[in-house]
Design a protein around this ligand. Sequence first.
Ligand SMILES: N[C@@H](CCC(=O)N[C@@H](CS)C(=O)NCC(=O)O)C(=O)O
Length: 242
Amino acid sequence: MIDLYYWPTPNGWKLTIALEELDLPYTVKPVNIGRGEQYTPEFLAISPNNRIPALVDHDPPGGGAPLVSFESGAMLIYLAEKTGRLMPADLQGRHAVLSWLMWQMGGLGPMLGQHGHFKLYATEKIPYAIARYEQETRRLYGVLDAQLAQHRFVAGAEYSIADIAIFPWTMTHKAQGLSLDDWPQVKRWYAELRAREALQRGLAVGKEWQRSGPMDEQARRALFGGRAAVADAAASSEGAQP
Ligand SMILES: N[C@@H](CCC(=O)N[C@@H](CS)C(=O)NCC(=O)O)C(=O)O
């Protein structure tokens, strides 16, 4: 059985989508990142970078000690290799999937993350930072659109972990003030993936924990203030009257 350390966010959804697509049984271990739970010693022992997702597979291929994994890209490769699915076995096909997965991990995710931060969450709106990350975000959407003009899926003719890694980040387009009409091939691909039942089941995991409306002060501290801010908040609430 796999334990998935998770919160419903783009990087978290990659894993619930992959696990649902692969039909693998898993237990969800919620880590409320808006309440600083990413800093507990138990979670840090599994995910030293204090980020979700992470997983522990108590039944790794070949037996032996439980497999502990953090970084969503590594986790997706692990699941594809464990099952022999969602990644072609031939050299060329496998390499195309890994290239697009790395593109997501090193480019699309971090750039869209920073775009969202400076445009939506930062209390001080810095025009240069917003313009810089919007330009990079648009460039990356253009790269994806050009690739999808040649292939049905991101890494070729087969649906793969590269599609699963990229999709949740394109779900943020409306919030980031972008329209998929600007990238028709991304729009076509997005609609095809959105209709997949397994993907929808993945996105539904923990939906009830999502809060609507603006981010509260506690979440802002946990996400943007670092470990010290979480510790300060815990210390001050210990002295507070219930
Ligand atoms: N490169 C990491 C990024 C993970 C990541 O940034 N996770 C976010 C949620 S989407 C998180 O845990 N944030 C908690 C925090 O910023 O303290 C991965 O792909 O697993």
